[in-house]
Design a protein around this ligand. Structure first.
Ligand code: DX5
Ligand code: ZN
Length: 237
């Protein structure tokens, strides 16, 4: 099991800093075509936003989309569960083909419950991530972080694409990077060519992007622009 986790972690670490398109605003009528375009743009990891209409007011999709994607691509599948009771669905998402599962600290009772879910995810050989909303304090994660492979810092309240970036995420990323040099850090919400650089400079590895890719016809051009902004920010470190 530990080997499977290490292989998956290696894959992620080898492509960082990485742009992770969020499949929320894509054309779900042509999912195969969307994946093909993203592949051509050099994308290696897909971010899958799963919402249940309970933990967040929005409702998206679940395991069948993950299983469908798995059949058509060998890209790394990162499932961001914005759902109540993530523990009840870990096995189903693992069976569907997710490589990484991230759930919200706010959706479980507290750090002790979070630790159990992280163990459950790793017990399936998957990379385990813990997410927190902009209003949640970093110290709420303290006890659970040693059991996580990564932390997803939300730069918008979970639920919808197209919201403005909240810079509180940059401070959290910087603090996390300082205290946990090995932790995979991911940021999600309002990431574009103007906001990605500060997150990168703060130590973030994985950048989830919705509108700044799917709002533009040419995905390759969108990804190139984001990568250029990443490079520009690393050179000022
Ligand atoms: C928000 C989702 C994000 C979202 C990002 O709840 O987790 O992944 O799709 O979209 P943008 O980049 O438009 O903020
Ligand atoms: Zn997301």
């Amino acid at each position: 099991m530990e080997n499977m986790i290490q292989n998956r972690l290696e894959r992620l670490k080898n492509c960082k800093p990485a742009i992770l398109p969020s499949l929320l605003q894509c054309d779900f009528g042509d999912l195969r075509g969307e994946v093909q375009h993203l592949r051509e743009a050099g994308v290696e990891v897909l971010h899958l936003d799963v919402m249940d209409g309970q933990f967040v007011p929005n409702l998206t999709y679940g395991m069948p989309i993950v299983a469908g994607l798995k059949k058509h691509t060998d890209m790394f599948l990162d499932a961001h569960l914005m759902i109540q009771e993530p523990a009840a669905y870990v096995d189903a998402f693992a069976d569907a083909g997710a490589d990484m599962i991230t759930f919200h600290i706010e959706a479980v009772g507290g750090p002790l419950q979070a630790i159990e879910v992280l163990k459950q995810i790793r017990g399936r050989g998957l990379v385990a991530g813990l997410a927190l909303n902009p209003k949640t304090a970093l110290h709420d994660l303290d006890q659970a972080i040693p059991y996580a492979d990564g932390v997803l810092v939300m730069s918008v309240p979970a639920g919808f694409g197209g919201q403005p970036f909240d810079p509180v995420a940059v401070d959290k990323l910087r603090l996390l990077r300082k205290s946990h040099p090995e932790l995979l850090l991911q940021v999600d919400g309002g990431i574009n060519a103007d906001t990605i650089g500060d997150c990168h400079a703060a130590g973030c590895d994985l950048f989830v992007v919705g509108s700044a890719i799917f709002g533009i016809d040419d995905y390759s051009a969108a990804v190139r622009r984001l990568r250029a902004a990443l490079q520009a920010s690393s050179s000022t470190l």
